[in-house]
Design a protein around this ligand. Structure first.
Ligand code: FAD
Length: 398
């Protein structure tokens, strides 16, 4: 079989999936992308792509378009619940790391990646939910889908996210995602709400005695051009339980939780609609990322909680690095091992850092919150240096 005819079955059209499909196509492979859900342009809340992720998007020829459709974040400013400034991180990202940090709607990023994959000779199939992988000797690998159909290929890339089904094939009795005990709420409000505050392109974030709130511009859209999110201890509730209660009850919960927080937080909550609620899970480490001809990438291999703002960027880095290693034409098993060997230390370090960052958003006593705020004021410059390794990574040179 010639290398050109080798076909990758890529499971999951989130972030890692379409990016991997494009890098594999460039490396001379055929790529088929299978997504569980129908094609949709309105999924998820807002997110921030760090400079290291933007480098990969630039490599795909998408950075300029996404900067236009998103909003550059010029800094991450921290405040106390009462509105006192604690400090600032992530200034001058473009100058320091060659790309800016960019806020955008998750839907914009996903749609852009899928459209580009389509026009890069990737075959994309929706409503194909993987249920099982079969890998027998020298036969093609078979992916089985919930609708009763199958697909055959030379190898499988499991890019199916934190609840990965491909992971169950790779590690049948492996660990399940860890619930960090925090819940995320998020959505969009009209740009004008933030524009009138003159915060420009800064992200403003607030540590409460319990929980965290953030907001910033994320697109030129007047109706949904500002994103916000709230992180809080789950106190025994799940995201699914909140979703069942409906939007009005969720909004009321947020009003109560953030009552007395500084402006414009109460007004943002009042204006919020279509609020997305998510559990905060991570996958700190797995015994292996591959088995025979199946490899896990992105959140399937190393899901990170959002508190380092790196999940998307890690997924994009994975895609680029895998494409480069596959291009070298080594035996598949060796390539998968080389990929894991290279990527695992960085990914696991960032998952651990994100979990530590999440700890400062838990429940504190009044004295504990006061102390945390004061320590933060002193430590932010140091913490900032400790985060540079994430942004300075250049996947082309790794
Ligand atoms: C609330 C929240 C906020 C976040 N904010 C940020 C942020 O600001 N910056 C950042 O960098 N990261 C952020 N992250 C993390 C980031 O979203 C993930 O790390 C990133 O999406 C991982 O990409 P992925 O492609 O591996 O997985 P996903 O984006 O989850 O994509 C997986 C895809 O696989 C599909 N799929 C699942 N199961 C199957 C199946 N059985 N068959 C076929 N398809 C399947 C899914 O439908 C999905 O489309 C955030 C995460 C959360 C929860």
């Amino acid at each position: 079989m010639t290398r050109r005819s080798r076909k990758a079955l890529i499971i999951g059209a989130g972030i890692a999936g379409p990016a991997t499909a494009m890098f594999l196509t460039r490396a001379g492979f055929e790529a088929e992308l299978y997504e569980a859900w129908p094609y949709s342009t309105g999924i998820g809340g807002g997110l921030q792509i760090a400079p290291n992720g933007m480098h990969v998007l630039a490599e795909l020829g998408l950075a300029d378009d996404l900067i236009r459709r998103g909003s550059i974040a010029e800094s991450f400013d921290f405040y106390s619940q009462g509105g006192k400034k604690l400090g600032s991180l992530n200034r001058n990202m473009q100058e320091r790391f060659g790309q800016p940090a960019v806020n955008m709607c998750r839907a914009t990023l996903c749609e852009t990646l899928i459209d580009k994959a389509w026009s890069s000779n990737v075959s994309v199939f929706f409503e194909k939910r993987l249920v099982k992988i079969e890998d027998r000797g020298d036969q093609p690998v078979i992916a089985y889908f919930a609708d009763g159909t199958t697909a055959e290929g030379d190898f499988v890339i499991g890019a199916d996210g934190v609840h990965s089904v491909a992971r169950r094939h790779v590690i049948p009795d492996g660990p399940t995602p860890f619930d960090t005990g925090l819940l995320g709420f998020g959505g969009f409000v009209p740009r004008a709400m933030l524009e009138k505050l003159s915060i420009g392109q800064r992200m403003e974030t607030t540590f409460g005695q319990s929980g965290f709130f953030g907001y910033g511009l994320c697109s030129p859209d007047p109706n949904e051009g500002a994103m916000w999110w709230s992180t809080q201890p789950s106190r025994g509730m799940t995201a699914a339980a909140f979703r069942l209660q409906g939007q009005d009850a969720i909004r009321q919960h947020l009003r109560d939780f953030h009552a007395g927080w500084h402006d414009p937080i109460p007004a943002i909550i009042d204006a919020a609609d279509n609020i997305v609620v998510t559990d905060t899970l991570d996958v700190a480490t797995l015994p292996t990322w591959s088995r025979k001809r199946t490899l896990l990438i992105g959140d399937a291999a190393h899901a990170t909680s959002p508190h380092a703002g790196q999940g998307v960027s890690l997924a994009l880095e994975d895609a680029l690095r895998l494409g480069m290693l596959m291009r070298d034409g080594q035996e598949l098993g060796l390539t998968f091992q080389a990929f894991e060997h290279e990527r695992r230390p960085r990914a696991e370090k960032i998952v651990a850092l994100a979990r530590r960052n999440g700890n400062s958003k838990r429940e504190f006593s009044p004295a504990g919150a006061w102390l945390r705020d004061h320590v933060m004021k002193l430590m932010l410059p140091l913490a900032s240096k400790g985060m540079d390794f994430m942004y300075a990574y250049n996947p082309r040179a790794a």
